[in-house]
Design a binder for this molecule. Structure first.
Ligand code: GLU
Length: 445
């Protein structure tokens, strides 16, 4: 494999698809060695087949607002790879959604899902619809219109969507309701469902819990724990919420949260009722974190800034892609950060990762560290198939076990001769080998 040649060809085919090209390059660079050691991959053109999605479905989503005005958004589903199981991955509703972003997310999902040890392929979808500022009935009409197209393409053994940014329990409810009506089937076709209609306990907090379980494993490699550690978190959505809860449980102190408007610094720690306040912030229909500083005056609000300038032992970026750049990484290094665990998908730019790894700070990519969300979706699928529910303790124990296994896989494939664990390489190689070998076994399809 020649990474530059492959990337040049891919760029020619998909010019301007920045995020997708960034995600592919990262994977190619880390698997190059193992790929070239195994000529069977090259002769079956595995990588050329893996970097293009199986298919992309684009559709229009017309909907009427509360005043009767008609709007048209774009809807997508990228079915990337189903060699090890049905396509699986979230739906993102956000104005920034475009094909490049969904292709990057769908591509990452292949490796992430393979790492969970569960049989799930990779996919992603969504729309450029902005749920912020919309009424509940507008959101319902949008979700129904979206599902009117999507339902033909998905199924419990074909493609199982879930939530992502802008798609939470409420949206999954409206989407599932329409699917059930059209398909006349109560199957586990979506995950993140409500607890009374097929959902799994722990799913809402699973991504954040998993991120912290993973950070715990990383810290253990240097003889450290989360107890007494200062933790900087970005975002205030679902992932951040679960992560903050678990850090508190394990004796750490979370001192930041962030939104598109800036970050808050709470020297006393985000704990107790302050964690519940995150849910109010989310429900407020505005995408801002500033009101936290009105509610809790001990917290400072820093307009337009990133939380990574705050001194911390552990950094958990849980907001969105490319939110932590070179300068942020330099600040973390300067302030003695020990461990950076990605809660969001690809929140660190390649330049930031280079700085963090060069300084031998523990660094784990989202595709390993945030896999707890989709892993618990996999556990929801299992419960739906069995028509049984596990208790919260059972699901949490399975999630914890899965995160440990992912960590083990990263250590196995990512430990350098000097003993530093390159989690990026470890995650990419472990995920790649599983999917590539499945593709080889199943022939050219
Ligand atoms: N959107 C989440 C992710 O990025 C969850 C996907 C799922 O549960 O299918 O992994």
């Amino acid at each position: 494999m020649n990474v530059d040649k492959l990337m040049n060809e891919l760029e020619k085919k998909h010019p301007g698809e920045k995020e997708y090209l960034q995600a592919v390059r990262e994977v190619l660079e880390s698997i190059e060695e193992v790929y070239n050691e195994n000529p069977q991959f090259e002769s079956a053109s595995i990588i050329e087949r893996m970097i293009e999605p199986d298919r992309i479905l684009t559709f229009k989503v017309p909907w009427a607002d509360d005043q009767g005005n008609i709007h048209v958004n774009l809807g997508y589903r990228v079915q990337f790879n189903n060699a090890i199981g049905p396509y699986k991955g979230g739906l993102r509703f956000h104005p920034s959604v475009n094909l490049s972003i969904l292709k990057f997310l769908g591509f990452e999902q292949i490796f992430k899902n393979a790492l969970t040890t569960l049989p799930m392929g990779g996919g992603k979808g969504g729309s450029d619809f902005n749920p912020k500022g919309k009424s509940p009935s507008e959101i319902m009409r949008f979700c129904q219109s979206f599902m009117l197209e999507l339902w033909k393409l998905i199924g419990p053994e074909t493609d199982v969507p879930a939530g992502d940014i802008g798609v939470g329990g409420r949206e999954i409810g409206y989407l599932y309701g329409m699917y059930r009506k059209l398909a006349r089937e109560n199957t586990g076709v979506l995950t993140g469902k409500g607890i009374n209609w097929g959902g799994s306990l722990i799913r809402p907090e699973a991504t954040g819990f998993g991120v912290v379980y993973f950070a715990q494993e990383m810290l253990a490699t240097i003889g450290e724990t989360l107890k007494g550690k200062t933790v900087a978190v970005s975002g205030f959505g679902n992932v951040a919420w679960g992560a903050v809860r678990k850090v508190n449980e394990l004796g750490g102190k979370v001192v930041t949260l962030s939104g598109p408007d800036g970050y808050i610094y709470d020297p006393q720690g985000v704990s107790g009722k302050k964690i519940d306040f995150m849910l109010d912030l989310r429900a407020s229909n505005e995408d801002i974190v500033k009101p936290y500083s009105y509610e809790f005056p001990e917290a400072e609000f820093h307009q337009g800034k990133h939380p990574w300038e705050v001194k911390c032992d552990v950094a958990l970026p849980c907001a969105t892609e490319n939110e932590l750049n070179k300068e942020d990484a330099e600040n973390l290094v300067k302030n003695g950060c020990l461990c950076l665990t990605e809660g969001a998908n690809m929140p660190c730019t390649p330049e930031a990762i280079e700085i963090i790894q060069k300084n031998k700070i523990l660094f784990a990519p989202g595709k390993a560290a945030n896999a707890g969300g989709v892993a618990t979706s996999g556990l929801e699928m299992t419960q739906n198939a069995m028509k049984l529910n596990w208790t919260a303790e059972e699901v949490d124990a399975k999630l914890h076990q899965i995160m440990k296994k992912i960590h083990e896989a990263c250590v196995k494939y990512g430990t350098t001769p000097e003993g530093y664990v390159d989690y990026v390489k470890g995650a990419n190689v472990a995920g790649f080998l599983k999917v590539a070998n499945a593709m080889l076994d199943q022939g050219l399809v």
